[in-house]
Design a binder for this molecule. Sequence first.
Ligand SMILES: [Zn+2]
Length: 295
Amino acid sequence: MRLQRTIKREVTFSGIGLHTGRYASVRLKPAARDTGIVFYRVDKGALIRATVASVIDTAFATTIGFDNMKVRTIEHLMSALAGIGIDNILIEIDGPEVPILDGSATELVGIILEAGIAKQAKNKTFIQILKPVIYEDAHSRVVALPYEGRKISYHISFNHTYLKHQDLTIDIDETAFARDIAPARTFGFLNDVEALKANGLAKGGSLDNAVIVGEDGVLNKSGLRFHDEFVRHKILDSIGDLSLIGHPIQGHLILEKSGHTANVRFLKKLLSSPDAYRLVSDPVSYPYSNQPAFA
Ligand SMILES: [Zn+2]
């Protein structure tokens, strides 16, 4: 069993959004048990729950909202919260997009740890996978298998001279997330950057917040943080997207060339397969200790 968690005190950060190029300030606030992750657009007076049902766009980033009320590019913040095990939090933001910071989740993890982790007087429930669930489309495949723990396998494949295939399988707990996944940065191909900008996207993108892949290697002078930083970042994104289901998934997730769209469609398939999972508060051999790794 593990108790639900929130943060101990408010913390703030700010920066430019990757796609809109707009600055936003974010204030993270403690929230009561069973609140979940909730965004509040302070400039619009709108609450948006970070759930599968709130997703309105998955092109190049995960966007939640309704009507004209949106928060874009939530996946890295969602990943940091899920990776460190924060269940309940209010995220006030005064603009349309979560700041990209350095393109990874390392700063976000630091901000959350600076806020401190507070245990709450109610058990956290987990989704335990009981039988295989498979989502497949023309480009991607996402599979969940029963597994006593939380394992992610990811395969990326690009038709590119420098970046072709990368694979990584990792057992995820808080320490592994902070060390092996959080530092991996957003990446893009040089060829795509101009097209994205022409379509009004990646306006805030630069070598300070993304790894840019050219014909023969990366353009960033500092190089890569891991030789397989690309697949690690895809795992980072998937942890954020999959956390929109509201409960950590106990199982082995296998993602092949997936992205925000397939991740969210997989969650909808899982939710519509009630015999494939159950909600449990005491998963057998669960690797999540009640003691936060970073407390
Ligand atoms: Zn990302």
